[in-house]
Design a protein around this ligand. Structure first.
Ligand SMILES: [Zn+2]
Length: 176
């Protein structure tokens, strides 16, 4: 099964929940069609880095590419509800189509990795393709990364995150 949003008029990587217990999502929409996929915090971070590197390389090949962070309209930085994820993402890939000048994000359901030539015929495999401009992708990367970094505070003693319930510090030697 392949779900495609082309082109996305809404694209965001964000989270819900309290620090230490947050759930991350990638969400794209085209008009009323909303696609939400569940992902891990580290995947948002990796994706953000991946998108930036990809756009850098694209700019070497296409110096005139429009990648300014300024979009025509202010991006919608909130997850649209209901948040109803289609699947938990395993692998994420990034690509570019020269003709439409759109970047594509390809997300595959976790645990459904199959051979490249098999997936076309495999109805069990869920893939999502999200097409958006480079600016939209960079916007998602920046905002997603901010969400990742605005998580739990880090303990200065052991550099581990501090949970809202409290923190047992392995470096405290009994001190708080
Ligand atoms: Zn600590």
């Amino acid at each position: 099964m392949l779900i495609e949003i082309k082109p996305a008029d809404h694209l965001i990587a964000s989270c819900v929940g309290k620090p230490g217990n947050r759930t991350f999502y990638i969400q794209a929409a085209k008009e009323d069609e909303i696609l939400t996929i569940l992902c891990e915090k580290f995947q948002v971070k990796q994706l953000a880095g991946g998108i930036r590197q990809f756009v850098e390389r694209l700019l070497e090949k296409h110096p005139n590419l429009e990648t300014s962070g300024l979009l025509d309209t202010l991006p919608d930085l909130a997850l649209r509800r209901p948040i109803d994820p289609l699947f938990r993402v395993g692998e994420i890939g990034i690509g570019y189509d020269e003709e439409s000048e759109l970047m594509v994000l390809i997300a595959q359901e976790l645990g459904q990795e199959v051979q490249e030539d098999d997936y076309q015929d495999d109805p069990e495999t869920v893939k999502a393709r999200i097409w958006a401009t480079c600016s939209q992708m960079l916007q998602m990367a920046d905002h997603g990364e901010k969400q990742v970094l605005s998580g739990r505070p880090i303990c200065g003693n052991c550099m581990q995150p501090i949970d809202s319930e409290g923190h047992f510090c392995p470096n405290s030697n009994g001190h708080k």
